[in-house]
Design a protein around this ligand. Structure first.
Ligand code: ACM
Length: 388
């Protein structure tokens, strides 16, 4: 007997971003952007005349909760497409569930790379789209002696390993690698400040995530270090963490990402304006939010094209598909389910706003396994931009 699809009601999609816990500030921006995209699609008539209905829970920044809620979404709520996850530990917890249910997870966060699942579309940056460019910039602008500081979980270990490789290719040296608990106390950063004083690096590369970020930057500022000579550089310090630390602690520090709230293109301005109209002038707009926004649009456009949210059909439709995202035109790479993105580097000014210091206007093919792992070759996308 053929299965008859229910095609009368709304398209129900799963949404898992933490509204509480250590990474809730950044995850709230991802949730907001997901809901903004859903609202836009629904306001223009839905998908094939049917509205999108998000089924959401708060997984409280906890991998176990992510896993059990993902199970509930697939098993009880019967969703097929899931949008969510920030920390790599939470993605690693959810992926086996998505795979077991033959669902599709859309993951809108930069991560450490070295992963592929048929059941995941990765829309944040892989290391060859942020770490590589950041290493090159830091080596030429500040020097080659690096100190690594990170939160105690998988993304920082792995991201530091990749960054360490790039630093050594650039004839640099990693002086030390320090990890603090995911929920750090101020005393954890005293140890970090002591190491900075003792080793006097040229750059601190931070893979600290979530609310601990403000504590690190605050402690750095209170110690009187000079960010113009020895900045903290990061891939995870976004507008959300800057909002928590304030402009004084943020000034002079550096982040690499494909999107910043301050981008001047008309597509970026449109997105930021819509976001702030809905969530308030002070609501931070982050690269994670931008990826959440465009991935929802991309996914639902694929649903519209295939007339079903069946993950196999959506996946086939997404291969090679392009979308005019706020950061520029993005594209899903059929080789690895990751996304062609536009790397950028920005420095925080005295108002706590990111100002571009490197913005080449080049789209980079994802290379999640760093096969082309060279400081001089970052797999520039040489294909002409396709018309959608
Ligand atoms: C991360 O854990 N992927 C930031």
């Amino acid at each position: 007997m053929a299965l008859v699809e229910d095609n009368s009601g709304p398209w129900r999609v799963g949404v898992l971003f933490s509204q509480t816990g250590v990474t809730s500030a950044i995850e709230r921006t991802q949730l907001n952007a997901t809901l903004l995209a859903i609202e836009e699609i629904n306001a223009s008539g839905g998908v094939l005349g049917r509205p999108i209905e998000p089924v959401m829970y708060d997984p409280v920044s906890d991998p176990k909760k992510f896993r059990s809620l993902a199970e509930r979404l697939f098993q009880v709520d019967k969703i097929k497409l899931l949008f969510g996850c920030y920390m790599s530990s939470t993605r690693k917890a959810v992926l086996p569930v998505a795979e077991a249910h033959r669902g599709l997870l859309f993951y809108p966060t930069l991560y450490e790379g070295f992963e592929y699942s048929r059941h995941c579309i990765y829309t944040g940056a892989a290391p060859n789209q942020n770490s590589l460019q950041l290493a090159r910039f830091l080596l030429s602008a500040y020097g080659n002696r690096f100190l690594f500081v990170g939160s105690n979980y998988i993304y920082p270990y792995e991201s530091n390993r990749v960054m360490g490789d790039f630093v050594s290719q650039g004839k640099g040296k990693v002086l030390d690698e320090i990890y603090v608990p995911l929920y750090p106390e101020p005393k954890d950063f005293e140890r970090v400040i002591d190491r900075i004083k003792k080793t006097s690096p040229d750059v601190i590369f931070s893979t600290v995530v979530g609310s601990g970020t403000a504590v690190l930057y605050g402690a750095y500022r209170a110690s009187g270090f000079d960010p113009t000579r020895m900045p903290i550089a990061s891939l995870t310090t976004s507008e959300a963490e800057v909002a928590e630390m304030g402009a004084e602690a943020a000034e002079g520090h550096i982040t690499a990402a494909p999107f910043f709230e301050t981008l001047s293109s008309s597509a970026a301005r449109r997105f930021v304006t819509s976001f702030k109209e809905k969530y308030g002038a002070d609501a931070p707009v982050t690269a994670g939010a931008e990826a959440s926004y465009f991935q929802l649009h991309l996914a639902m456009r694929a649903v519209a094209k295939c007339g079903t949210d069946d993950p196999e059909q959506v996946l086939a439709n997404l291969r090679d598909s392009e979308f005019d995202a706020p950061q520029g035109r993005v594209r899903i790479d059929p080789e690895n389910n990751h996304t062609y993105l536009w790397p950028r580097i920005a420095r925080l000014d005295r108002n706590g706003r990111f100002q571009a210091v490197w913005n080449p206007g080049v789209r980079v093919k994802p290379d999640p396994y760093c096969v082309v792992q060279s400081l001089d070759d970052w797999s520039v996308d040489e294909l002409p931009l396709l018309h959608s």
